[in-house]
Design a protein around this ligand. Structure first.
Ligand SMILES: C[S@@+](CC[C@H](N)C(=O)[O-])C[C@H]1O[C@@H](n2cnc3c(N)ncnc32)[C@H](O)[C@@H]1O
Length: 252
C-alpha cells in the first residue's frame, strides 16, 4: 500500500475556522505530528498516534513524517493557520528534496487553512483590498539585513505589509527597529494594526498609527499589519469604524 502524507492547516484558533477537508484528513490519519500547541488542539481517536515536538524541530519532524508515510502509514503533519505560510509544508518539501526516493511512493498533498493575516484582516474590515505582501520578522532562517531591505522596498512599493513573527522572548526589540525603518519611508499617520491571538478567548485587536506603534504591546501571537498610503478608516453614521484599502489606485 502507498503511504500518504497530508500537511494540514488548522487555522488560527477556533474549530469552526478549520475546513471540513482538514478535519477529515486528521480523522483518517494513523499518525499525527506537529508542534505541541497545535497537536494539543486535537483529540486522538482510538488507535491513532499523536507525536508532538518542539517548534525548532521542523525539518526533523518533516523527515520523520516522510519516513512514516514511506512505510505505508497515513500521516498528517499539522500547522496553525495555513501550512504553506511560514509553516510545515515548505519543511516537508525540503525533506522531499533531500530524500526523493522516500517520497516516490507517497501520496503527498496540502490541505489549506485560514492564515493569520486573513483572520486579522477580517476582524478590522478590508485592509487587503489592494496589493499586499507578507514578511516574517524572524531572523532564524534569513539575515536581519535581508529583512531590513524587504521592509524598506515593500514600503517604497506601497504594499500593505503583514508582519508574521513580529517578536519573541529572544527578539523583543526587532519590531521597534522595523518600525524605525518603515518610518523613513512612510508617513507617521500610516495605519498600523496589532492583531493578537485572533480567534482565541484572549483576542485583542488595536488600530493605531506608525507614529505611535512603538508603544504597542506585541508578542509571538501577534500579527502586525502596516497600511499602505491608501489604507484608511471608514466610519458609519452611528460611530462604528473599520479599516480598509480601496480596490482602485485612483482612490487615494
Ligand atoms: C510561524 S508563523 C505561522 C503562521 C501560520 N502558518 C499562519 O498561516 O497563520 C507564527 C506567526 O503567525 C501569526 N499568528 C498565528 N496565529 C495567530 C493568531 N491567532 N493571531 C494573530 N497572529 C497569529 C503570528 O505573527 C505568529 O508569530
Amino acid at each position: 500500500m502507498n503511504g500518504q502524507l497530508i500537511i494540514v492547516g488548522l487555522g488560527p484558533g477556533p474549530q469552526n475556522w478549520v475546513t471540513p477537508a482538514a478535519s477529515e484528513a486528521v480523522g483518517e490519519a494513523d499518525v499525527v505530528l506537529g508542534y505541541a500547541p497545535y497537536v494539543n488542539r486535537l483529540t486522538p481517536r482510538t488507535g491513532q498516534i499523536f507525536e508532538a515536538s518542539d517548534n525548532r524541530e521542523e525539518l526533523a519532524r518533516a523527515e520523520r513524517a516522510l519516513e512514516l508515510a514511506a512505510s505505508g502509514q497515513r500521516v498528517v503533519v499539522v500547522s496553525g493557520g495555513d501550512p504553506g505560510v511560514f509553516a510545515m509544508a515548505a519543511a516537508v518539501y525540503e525533506a522531499v528534496e533531500k530524500n526523493p526516493v522516500s517520497a516516490s511512493s507517497v501520496d503527498i498533498r496540502v490541505e489549506p487553512g485560514v492564515t493569520a493575516m486573513l483572520a486579522a484582516a477580517a476582524r478590522i474590515g478590508a485592509p487587503l483590498g489592494h496589493d499586499f505582501c507578507a514578511i516574517s520578522l524572524s531572523d532564524n532562517l534569513k539575515s536581519w539585513a535581508t529583512i531590513e531591505r524587504r521592509l524598506r522596498l515593500a514600503a517604497e512599493a506601497d504594499f500593505v505589509i503583514a508582519l508574521y513573527n513580529p517578536a519573541s522572548k529572544a527578539r523583543p526589540e526587532q519590531i521597534k527597529k522595523a518600525f524605525e525603518i518603515l518610518a523613513t519611508v512612510l508617513p507617521s499617520e500610516t495605519i498600523v494594526v496589532f492583531a493578537r491571538a485572533v480567534g482565541r478567548a484572549d483576542e485583542d485587536v488595536d488600530v493605531t498609527t506608525l507614529g505611535r506603534a512603538a508603544d504597542a504591546l506585541c508578542d509571538m501571537r501577534t500579527l502586525v499589519m502596516i497600511g499602505s498610503r491608501a489604507t484608511r478608516k471608514v466610519q458609519s453614521a452611528d460611530g462604528r469604524s473599520w479599516v480598509y484599502t480601496p480596490r482602485s489606485e485612483r482612490e487615494r
